[in-house]
Design a protein around this ligand. Structure first.
Ligand code: NAP
Ligand code: ZN
Ligand code: ZN
Length: 412
């Protein structure tokens, strides 16, 4: 099933390369007025560009199926439209969602799959109507590259909850080029300026990339549930999202407890600023912590036993599930009713809020703990993430990507 539109039809995927080619070919001709944001010839000529107007060949890492490793391939990026920003990708984080997509964990997905939605790049060209960026600026792209921009959620800066379904950075139907979107495991990307985040000067670029998904995804619930200094917050799972949740909660002077399944992460949790770290299996500690927490943020990548984390919530408190998309495991209705407790979910954050977390982190020197890897190391990194052995985000040095064998390579 398509997780964006819930279409069960096996032909739903628009991945057919022919369709992509046809749409690209028509983009600057008759089809242009129908394709919001696509460049017309005249508009494209006005792009500020040292690289031409495109479309552009780009190098990428992609998976051909749910069981294939990621390998180099050449893709095409669309011509620069009037509102588009063309970025040379410098860094891209590896989110567990990338692995879920590549491996079709959430149901049959789209292939070839070029993942990546924690993107930092340098602006190489901008469309004629772009005001937010100029050539040479640093921009960030998170999980979305478009949305309808007219529904009530988009108008309220909640593009992630777009009622038409936001266009995700990868594996979403691509309304401009046809086919499906390709993400940041690539050396170039073209994105509407509204969906490009300004990266403040002086930022540690590689360690800032994970803020574009892991950072915003954990910041947004803290904002929504108004996590305040002195309040008690639990973080379940110390991985990419979890370690950012700890850092962001500590920055708010909240009292942080990490719930982990990995004894080896207990010391790290304290180093990151948590007051305490508890193994799920430590029933004594779990009992001691009952009815204590104002907010629990769960980052476990699949359905997990929730009752023990409902039990640690105090009156009126909320358990926010960020990771599990499957049916959730059963929870006692009694425990929710008598404690007026809630179980909620949350997905990334809007563009304005993503800019907010980037600026918030820059002002406080908050960044991810990363392992910088070469593109050739992606498959090994995936295995380490799945084995809970990431400390705490892999970031790919995309600028070091080599030319794809047998291709002309990129245009820069
Ligand atoms: P990650 O780096 O792999 O971290 C997940 C952590 O959860 C692991 O390090 C591990 O922590 C724990 N864990 C892993 N497998 C587990 C299992 N089978 N049972 C119990 N605990 C387990 O993943 P991530 O990138 O932070 O992403 C976490 C989840 O959030 C993924 O499912 C991802 O798709 C999802 N996500 C959601 C959003 C959103 O908008 N809602 C955004 C991004 C990602 P310990 O070793 O400490 O136990
Ligand atoms: Zn992500
Ligand atoms: Zn919308």
């Amino acid at each position: 099933m398509c997780d964006e539109c819930e279409d069960h039809h096996p032909d739903h995927s628009l991945a057919a390369p022919n369709r992509r080619k046809v749409l690209l070919a028509g983009a600057s001709l008759v089809a242009a007025p129908l394709l919001a944001g696509a460049a017309t010839g005249a508009q494209a000529e006005q792009a500020q560009s040292s690289v031409g107007n495109g479309p552009f060949p780009a190098r990428a890492y992609s998976a051909a199926s749910a069981t294939s490793p990621l390998v180099p391939m050449q893709i095409e990026r669309r011509a620069i439209g009037p509102n588009d920003v063309f970025l040379d990708v410098l860094y891209c984080g590896i989110c567990h969602s990338d692995i879920h997509h590549v491996r079709s964990d959430w149901g049959p997905d789209r292939y070839p799959c070029v993942p990546g939605h924690e993107i930092i790049g340098r602006v190489q060209a901008v469309g004629s109507a772009v005001t937010k960026f100029k050539v040479g600026d640093i921009g960030g792209v998170g999980c979305m590259v478009d949305s309808c921009r007219t529904c009530e959620n988009c108008l309220a800066d909640r593009e992630q909850n777009c009622l038409m379904g936001a266009t995700l950075t990868y594996n979403s139907p691509d309304p401009i080029s046809g086919g499906h979107t390709f993400g940041g495991y690539s050396d170039k990307i073209v994105v509407p300026e509204h969906f490009v985040i300004r990266i403040p000067p002086g930022a540690d670029l590689a360690a800032t990339a994970p803020l574009l998904c892991a950072g915003i995804t954990t910041f947004s619930p803290m904002q929504h549930w108004k996590l305040a200094g002195g309040q008690r917050v639990g973080v379940v799972g110390l991985g990419g999202l979890g370690h950012m949740a700890v850092k962001l909660a500590v920055a708010r002077k909240a009292d942080v407890t990490v719930f982990t399944t990995s004894p080896g992460k207990i010391a790290d949790a304290r180093r990151l600023g948590a007051r305490e770290a508890v193994l799920w299996s430590d029933t004594e500690a779990m009992k001691r912590l009952a009815n204590r927490f104002d907010l629990v943020i769960a980052t476990v990548p699949r359905a997990f036993p929730m009752q023990q984390f409902v039990d640690v919530l105090k009156l009126d408190a909320t358990l926010v599930n960020l990771g599990a998309l499957e049916d959730l495991q059963s929870v006692s209705g009694r425990s929710l009713v008598f404690g007026r407790k809630s179980i909620a979910g949350s997905v990334i954050g809007g563009i304005a809020e993503t800019q907010e977390v980037i600026d918030y982190c820059a002002a406080r020197n908050i960044k991810a703990d990363i392992e910088l890897i070469q593109p050739e190391e992606i498959n090994r990194a995936y295995d380490r993430v799945v084995n809970k052995d990431v400390r705490y985000r892999f970031v790919i040095d995309m600028a070091s990507m080599k030319p794809v064998a047998g291709s002309r390579g990129g245009s820069t």
